[in-house]
Design a binder for this molecule. Sequence first.
Ligand SMILES: Nc1ncnc2c1ncn2[C@@H]1O[C@H](COP(=O)(O)OP(=O)(O)OP(=O)(O)O)[C@@H](O)[C@H]1O
Length: 524
Amino acid sequence: MEGDDGNTKVKVIARVRPILTQDGISSGEEECLVKMPLEEPGKTILRIPTHINQNPYKASAQYKKDSSGSGLKEYWFDQAVFSADVSSDSYMENQSFYRSIGPEVVDDLYKGFNMCILAYGQTGTGKTFTMMGHDAEQDGIIPMLARDILQRRDQLVLQRINSEVSMTYVELYNEQARDLLTDQHGDNKGRVREHPVRGPYVEGLREIQVNEFEDFMTALKEGNARRSTAATGSNKNSSRSHAIVTLALKQTRFGPSRGKTGDEIGYAKEQLVSNIKLVDLAGSERMAKTKLYSQQSRMKEGTLINQSLSVLGRCINLLSQNTSNKPSKMHVIPYRESVLTYLLKENLAGNSKSYMIFCISPSDFEETLHTLNYANQVKSIKTSARTNVVQLDLASASEDGAQKDQLIESLRSEIDLISSKLADTTLSSEQSYADTLVSYLEAELGKLKFENRFVKSIIAQKEDLILELKSHMRYIDQDASSSIEKAGAMLSKSHFMHTLMTKTQAELTTIDRNLASFDPSKIL
Ligand SMILES: Nc1ncnc2c1ncn2[C@@H]1O[C@H](COP(=O)(O)OP(=O)(O)OP(=O)(O)O)[C@@H](O)[C@H]1O
């Protein structure tokens, strides 16, 4: 069953990095061409350098916002991330940037939406820095997101939701898909196929189950080490391929059991399947800039990177014009002209909530202008994200415990029967029936494993509660003894007061008596 249908605009984010030595200019605010005022979220201002603005040939309509010749071009995006100057109030490092989008992305993924975060930009503008992070200095969006996804998985156990996370990692290099999670590349691997429901995918990729965050980081680092990189004129560690990390999430919601304690798992009610694609594109290249003329193979790479990015550009251009609801007025989108666009087809216009981060340079006017104009086009692209929920009928049909056991028993004997038959025959219908039964039993096994985790979580929760109660008791104990001490002190104080008052009373009585017997005439 599908739910929550609706059109969603692609979220467009611009991010500017600091001036670096390879930019060949001294750092300083006057050199940074990009401003993102803190008080106007989403606004990005690009200053047109004086030598271009005052040149009548170059200062064409393309560069100027209007005829006022203000020398500034203004853009509005969903978010503008200023990372050019650490001393600025609007400065954002990776972590604060992640916090501004990450929780919403994790929420949507767990609601069952397919998601995509894609980093685009000229070479050396910070796409890998943003997506993967930089050494131990700053984590990137991908590790931070994976950590949060796994944390949410653990929190949902007590709500009887079993979440399984798996990962694939592929690079598109010279228009070929290559598995980054394995060194072996067989003949049938790397081909792109189209699944009727899930859309295009790369065939034969190694998919690993992610149980712990450390598993994920190990796989990511191994994949990154296999990724094609090279030193170019603009970036000494330039990514020469497009990299796509996909995290697939399968959530199974279990009903409550009819057991006595209520701490058992009932049957699986529904399943939600979603995934998130995290894309670190290769840089948009300009041969002169990357200084690769002398390297034949690098030039070929550059041409193919350009080719896939230019198909991406064409798709985005046509999608941004497809605002009409009439199919006759819709442009045909050339997704299949490149592996990149074919794989991202759903994320560009179909069943996905997508974020595009446009990384820009603070000093390269022409390239930054090009990227910002491109980002501006993406603002009008809409996708039609929907959640995919599957009701599990077989499970709900057998709520009763005895019925359940009977069913499993009869399925087991059927499997035995079919397995023995399969030894003699290759009838495909029986084979597929057996497959169904095997997947059912696999689901049962999955359920048992989850039951184990659920009970462990309940125990852990109760242990936490016991610890909390114990520490509360200790506090009450301490509080009580200090109150007793105080009361004791009060008592001895009141005893003293009482003695004092009795004494005073006695003295007053004596004074009274003396006064009564006092005869002033006797003094005179
Ligand atoms: N926000 C930032 N803060 C500090 N340094 C940054 C930032 N963004 C990028 N850098 C630095 O800029 C350089 C280029 O960054 P990165 O490799 O991420 O660029 P890229 O866009 O992925 O390049 P390519 O397309 O060539 O792979 C690196 O040295 C990186 O550390």
